[in-house]
Every structure is written in structure tokens, then in C-alpha cells.
Design a protein. Structure first.
Length: 94
């Protein structure tokens, strides 16, 4: 009885692996509207109108993304052994 349940459970789990999965998260027509308007899904939630042109949305302040602030840790970091002065690790932070 337990063996049959295990086989059935394994068969159900295996069949779930073969179900077709959606390869696109959004509708192609919606994606085309986003591209034409210059909006993203995130900026649309903030008021960017996908039915307007890129120029109209840029005029409303949705044209370009704000610049990302540079990290204070940006640069090359080297860890050295204080006793021997040998390099223990080096890392590049962008």
C-alpha cells in the first residue's frame, strides 16, 4: 500500500515537470506599447502613460532613469596579512 502511494506521488511529481511553462511574462502587444511609450512596468505604476509617445512621457518626467549614486566602496580593495605583508585577497568593487 505504501509502495503504491510512493509510486503515485512520484508519477504526479514527474508529470508536473513536463507541463508547458510560459516563456514570456507579459503580452507581446503590451510590451510593444511599453517600448513605444518609453515606459517600463515600474514607471507605468508611477504614472507613465503607455498610450502616449516617448516625447510626451519624457515631458512629464518619465524619459530617463535617474543616475545611480556611486558606491562609497567602489574601487580595488586588497587584504594583506599584517604580519607578513602578503596579499591575502584582492577584490574589485564596481
Amino acid at each position: 500500500m505504501k509502495q503504491e502511494k510512493r509510486i503515485l506521488l512520484a508519477a504526479v511529481a514527474a508529470s508536473g515537470l513536463f507541463l508547458p511553462l510560459a516563456s514570456h511574462a507579459i503580452d507581446p502587444a503590451y510590451a510593444k506599447k511599453l517600448e513605444k511609450s518609453g515606459c517600463t512596468q515600474l514607471t507605468e505604476l508611477k504614472g507613465c502613460d503607455i498610450n502616449k509617445s516617448k516625447a510626451e512621457n519624457a515631458k512629464a518626467g518619465f524619459g530617463t532613469a535617474p543616475a545611480v549614486a556611486a558606491s562609497p566602496y567602489a574601487g580595488k580593495w586588497v587584504a594583506k596579512n599584517p604580519g607578513t605583508g602578503q596579499t591575502a585577497a584582492s577584490q574589485q568593487v564596481v
